[in-house]
Design a protein around this ligand. Sequence first.
Ligand code: LLP
Length: 429
Amino acid sequence: LQGTMSIRENELYIGGVSCRELKEKYQTPLYVFDEELVRNNCREYVKHFKVNENNNKVAYAGKAFLPIHMCKIINEENLYLDVVSGGELYTAHKSNFPMERILFHGSNKTIEEIDLGIDLGVGRFVVDNYYELDLLQRICERKNTKQAVYFRITPGIEAHTHDYIKTGQIDSKFGFALSNGDLHDAIESLKNYNNIELVGIHAHIGSQIFDVEPYLDEVKIMMNLVKEIKDSYNINITEVDLGGGVGVYYTQDDEPRTIKEFCEQIIEKSQQVCQEIGIKVPTLIIEPGRSIVANAGSTIYTVGSIKDIKDVRTYVSVDGGMTDNIRPSLYQAGYECAIANKIGQDKTNQVTIAGKCCESGDILITDVDIMDIESGDILIIASTGAYGYSMASNYNKIPKPAVVSVQNGKNKLICKRQSYEDLLHLEIL
Ligand code: LLP
């Protein structure tokens, strides 16, 4: 049971609201969002990353899940926000998120996105490459403004995670490479870029990483770089952004660290390295996405067809699938599930949970032990809060599900279900 999940008379409740009631009120598939857990996760980061004592910053990575309601929570909890596109930036703007607390990422920002970022007054641009550096300078010059930036660095760290979500290795589309002088050329070129002020460096080694070691290696590399930039160019790097947050629990194979452990080790290592090399500890920034929302989101589905292939496998089909959760097909990601209206019953069956898309690969969970299952049951898949809704698609013209927030026995719709009409909204008839 994650967050505020509880059981009453064999029924699963989240935030004090029963899944059965949610299904009746909003239909399925439905994303259910445990607001108390999200806020607790934010507070854990703020506390243990020493936002108040050390002036460090926690920037929520909006790519994980970014409805306007989420921007408001992030603002109320005093986090910064990492956006990666004009669309995310616009969403934050519409939620009245303070623009000085925005970090603007992206490996190929367009002219329009850069324009928008400057016009709205975002706090920091995370510059990924020469092309962007040049564009940014020209746009700032035209608008007669100066922009504070971080440089994104590829530190050359191989972390143990799925290939698609690794980013720190040299063979990567992201950032200035450390190894081949790329970064130094970029800093050198700042002499000609008067409208850009380099205040920080950023690196991100990947996502869903459990080992803390690669992060500690990253800290070492980054702090040494701060010193080197000071010694070679006399530029004071006052902010060091270490990228995404801690890996999370999806299944029993996962052994995640707590937010507390993760933050404490990073801070301790930073202090130790800075002391060793004789520099002041810079402001540290971290950009967790998954660890704030993943376990706080669940998806509820209604069970439809059950196909029992004797001595082979039983396929249980639900009314959603890869359109609301692409992660199993894209990364072979594992999940756990239960029947929300039969909690507590013995798990005597082994089944495979299939989505409704016209793809053999649209399988949500393979060979999972579960209670006796019948058509009409409510199947819940847990920990879908990160990269579920944000990566949802309309493949097969399947409408995106609604998102409902639950807390203290109350439920609140935060994103409507798409209608068929919505699906045709952009079509010229
Ligand atoms: N900062 C940067 C620069 C990133 O690229 C990412 C994730 C994060 C922060 C947030 O990392 P987190 O705390 O969530 O691990 N769609 C994939 C994950 C891709 C993540 C890409 N970048 C998934 O569903 O697993």
